[in-house]
Design a protein around this ligand. Structure first.
Ligand SMILES: [Zn+2]
Length: 425
């Protein structure tokens, strides 16, 4: 933590802040980053040195990159050693994707990679209005207190970082009031949270027809898909703007939110190509700039966005993205084989349903786990949910609804709205 927030990180942050409004400078920077990334891959990894790409004539590195093959996760899982830098002798930071579904991918990183990541996150914090001395509430799946803990506090203060870390795992109807009190007592200015964690708190307040009692400058969400309605709910209940951040562990793409509420794909973070799919959405294919140790070039993320042609009034040159349409497996498969994303639509207006998880293990059946408010949930709510599902997925799909106390969380404390293990066809 000390390293991440140290002087080196501040220097990187200052240097990338100079690229926000200067497109010429940013383009030059991207070209030099790509040159370094590609050269590193060709000269130091087994996989790319075998491709003999060094014989190509290079006009621009953006163009050159298109000669490289597209990669998917399975290639790195089965042949990861071929993408390692064979000459690197520095510090290695190990880490892996969360593996909420499927096998986690392990990507070793350089210390520089960790520092640069942090600089981009801090630049986003600055866009959200962060000022030195601001107090942050952090609700992002950290193991703050033991899982078995049955009594508060479910939070812990970090004096060094001037923030209060809250457990995502202990957020329940009966503890949320305590969370809200702890957040306000601390004098929280900025909230950094998983959408599922902070939305649960917002729903609790909405249910009681009250607003968050403190004054919040901004909420920064990331790591799960934030729906349009949940974003609106957060803005209403906390009376502040929401800054959603898209990133992934492989660090081949980042999308931030500016003070006008628009998503921007950060061209100085990585090189991204958007490949159109048959439903008009675009898949994010990313090339990592910041990790000399492991080459991730033209990586198919399996995450999709809806592009926009708009220019944002903020004046930054980064392309605008309308929405981020679901993470890889946050979808269900319809009878006709299409993907249904944004599954939270299926229950957003139904009385008494707090949250839901859809589990589809076969094309014919969906299990739905729901957390309900016993005072407002009725048989009609359940019928409405089933009918919504059948309308969207197909009449022949059988739907089994079960009421649970809470939606199971992944080992990272996240909540997946949909778990689909049906093979695509
Ligand atoms: Zn903007």
């Amino acid at each position: 933590m000390l390293v991440r927030e140290g002087r080196k990180m501040r220097l990187v942050q200052e240097s990338i802040e100079q690229l926000e409004f200067d497109k010429v400078k940013a383009d030059k920077f991207v070209e030099s980053q790509l040159r370094a990334t590609i050269t590193n891959a060709i000269e130091r990894t087994t996989y790319y040195s075998r491709l003999e790409l060094n014989k190509c004539k290079v006009d621009s590195y953006v163009g050159f990159l298109e000669k490289f093959p597209l990669m998917d996760k399975s290639t790195y899982l089965s042949r990861g050693e071929l993408f390692m830098n064979n000459f690197y002798r520095g510090v290695i930071v190990q880490g892996s994707s969360s593996g909420t579904t499927g096998v986690p991918l392990v990507v070793p990183q350089t210390l520089q990679s960790v520092i640069r990541e942090s600089a981009f996150v801090w630049r986003q914090l600055k866009w959200a209005g962060y000022k030195q001395g601001d107090r942050r509430a952090w609700i992002r799946g950290d193991m703050v207190v033991p899982l078995q803990a049955k009594k508060p506090p479910y939070w812990r203060r970090s004096f060094l970082e001037n923030m209060m870390l809250f457990s995502s795992f202990h957020i329940e109807e009966k503890t949320i009031g305590l969370y809200i009190k702890a957040m306000t007592d601390f004098g929280t200015n900025i909230i950094q949270a998983y959408p599922s964690s902070i939305v649960a708190i917002a729903k609790y307040l909405r249910q009681r027809k009250t607003l968050y009692p403190g004054k919040i400058k901004a909420i920064i969400t990331s790591s799960e898909t934030l729906s349009f309605w949940d974003r609106k709910l957060l803005e209403d209940v906390f009376q502040c703007p929401v800054f959603d951040w898209y990133g992934l562990f492989e660090r081949v793409a980042a999308i931030g939110t500016c003070e006008f509420g628009r998503y921007h794909q950060l061209t100085d973070y990585s090189h991204v190509e958007f490949h159109e799919s048959n439903d008009g959405m675009h898949e994010i294919i990313g090339t990592n700039f910041n990790n000399d140790l492991f080459s991730l070039l033209r990586y198919k993320t399996n995450d999709y966005v809806e592009l926009s042609k708009d220019k944002c009034p903020c004046g930054r040159h980064y392309p605008v993205v309308n929405s981020i349409v679901g993470r890889s497996r946050d979808y269900l498969i319809t009878e006709s084989g299409k993907k249904l994303t944004m599954v939270s639509q299926l229950y957003k207006n139904i009385a008494g349903i707090y949250s839901a998880q859809f589990i589809q293990e076969s094309i014919r059946k969906v299990d739905v786990l729901i957390v309900v408010d016993v005072n407002t949930y009725t048989d009609f709510s359940r019928l409405l949910l089933v009918s919504n599902l059948k309308r969207k997925l197909g009449e022949n799909i059988s739907v089994v609804v079960s009421i649970v106390d809470s939606i199971p969380r992944t080992s990272n404390g996240k909540i997946k709205h949909a778990i689909c293990t049906v093979e695509e066809f």
